[in-house]
Design a protein around this ligand. Sequence first.
Ligand code: FES
Length: 87
Amino acid sequence: MNKVIVKICMGTTCFVMGASDLQELSDIIPEKYGDKVEVIASTCLDFCSSSTESQAPYVMVDYDVISKATVEKVLEAIDRKLKHGQK
Ligand code: FES
């Protein structure tokens, strides 16, 4: 079984726009999903070009990009992935 990979952007733009609040996902996710989900803090994911900077912070759940990411949005995206049996 492949893991769901969650990449939290810790680049400057995302960090300033609230990615620091997302760091708690590194505690929540292992507790909630065990080894089905892996959390990675990433350098800039390259979604923060000037036109979309206001959509930061960004998180990727596998290949899905979540803009204006919040803990709730990321957990919902993980639940969706796991529920649809792709993993
Ligand atoms: S800083 Fe997050 S996508 Fe660039």
